[in-house]
Design a protein around this ligand. Structure first.
Ligand code: GUN
Ligand code: ZN
Length: 393
């Protein structure tokens, strides 16, 4: 394969720009119906059609060009009729960039203890009125068609358990393949919405290989790796991601679902993955936590009460960059002391930390991407870990 190389499939074009010569890291451009996205990328999660704490304009200002919504939440509220009347979720939320929707099953299984899975679909009780409901692959796709996301995800059978039973794991993997077939058959708008498969199989590398071959045979425009955000050991995580990426074709985007700790983003990028999402950066902001290259800091700590520095030195976010009122002063637009002062009772602290954390995640991915293109990715990875763990491993 000589680079750059590109392929158009479904409603996307994937252009591979560069590959690291010592790891599997790649830099590429994914062009979706709502514009290009530079990969590798972190996708912030706007569960209910809004990213908690940011307006769509503020989210766009972080340079985000692809964020997540959840089918399960939007299907319940505002519901399919309102989505259809609005002309889809982009118009509904005033977001002119790309959207990816998760299919809903994972959210139900992880949020609701009462969800049960049968061949038909996922049965659960509505959290609004307790009514029994059934999310089938066909219904998930119909909702995602109404949402009009640029990338839709198949409904999959995800096991959220720390001690999975091997038979159940194999059954869930096989059911996910059958559900992909039902999703593909139900998908009404392949010319303007990309449906991604989700590879399951738990921590069993052989099951993962079988699943990968089955999913690849269905030839979706992009490929996700699921079932990995459950707090498994890092070594298991790496073994599974590496075993799967080894089998994947070079000219399709690869999405590891539910991943968002900076270390996991760096490692997964090195293993050849391109796309990631997680609620953690935005959720932790609402608890007063700022992500920095030296680790997390909790702004509620008393030591920040009179700290007039930026949340993170050198950060280019709207908070940390020099004050636009007073650019010569060297003062940041927002100081740690100000965020600290507001952190216990005013929502503005959550807004500011969310802005900073989303920027941090996107900027980390940008720096990895530049390093891949400039052929210095391994050095960038070493620098990342040296900043985070200055005293070594
Ligand atoms: N989010 C995190 N992991 C998963 C997964 O395995 N499947 C789906 N649908 N969403 C996820
Ligand atoms: Zn910042």
């Amino acid at each position: 394969l000589t680079l750059p190389a590109s392929a158009t499939h479904g409603a996307l074009t994937f252009e591979l720009l560069a590959r690291c010569s010592t790891t599997r890291a790649r830099a590429s451009i994914l062009t979706l119906p709502h514009g290009p996205v530079q990969l590798p990328v972190f996708m912030p999660v706007a569960t209910q059609a809004s990213l908690k704490g940011l307006t769509p304009a503020q989210l766009a200002d972080t340079s985000c060009r692809l964020c997540l919504n959840n089918t399960y939440h939007l299907g319940l509220k505002p519901g399919q009729e309102v989505l259809d009347a609005a002309g889809g979720a982009h118009a509904f939320q005033g977001w002119k960039h790309n959207l990816l929707t998760d299919s809903g099953g994972f959210q139900m299984v992880s949020l609701l203890q009462l969800a049960t899975i049968t061949e038909e679909g996922v049965r659960f009780l509505s959290p609004h009125d307790g009514q029994p409901m059934l999310l089938t692959p066909e219904h998930s796709i119909s909702l995602q068609n109404s949402i009009g996301s640029d990338i839709a995800m198949q409904l999959d059978d995800v096991l959220v358990t720390t001690s999975p039973d091997a038979e159940r794991m194999r059954a869930a993997m096989e059911r996910s393949v059958r559900w992909l077939d039902r999703c593909l058959a139900a998908h009404a708008i392949p010319e303007r919405q990309n449906l991604f498969c989700i590879i399951q199989g738990g921590l069993d590398v052989e099951l993962r290989r079988i699943c990968t071959r089955e999913m690849l045979a269905r030839d979706t425009p992009g490929i996700a790796i699921g079932g990995l955000s459950g707090g498994e050991a890092k070594a298991d995580f790496c073994r599974v991601v590496a075993a799967v990426t080894e089998l994947l074709p070079p000219l399709k985007p690869r999405y590891v679902m539910g991943i968002g700790y900076p270390e996991d983003l760096v490692v997964s990028t090195a293993l050849g993955a391109d796309m990631f999402d997680c609620v953690w950066p935005t959720r932790t902001a609402r608890f007063g936590n700022a992500i920095t290259r030296h680790g997390m800091l909790n702004i509620k700590h008393q030591r920040y009460a009179d700290d007039f520095g930026p949340i993170e030195e050198g950060c280019g976010c709207q908070c940390c960059r020099p004050s636009p009122e007073d650019p010569e002063s060297g003062r940041p637009a927002i100081t740690r002391a100000f965020v600290h002062h507001n952190a216990s009772k005013e929502t503005v602290a959550a807004h500011l930390l969310t802005m900073h954390n989303v920027w941090y995640q996107l900027d980390l991915m940008r720096s990895l991407r530049e390093a891949i293109i400039e052929d210095r990715f391994p050095a960038r990875v070493r620098e990342f870990f040296a900043d985070l763990y200055p005293s070594g491993p």
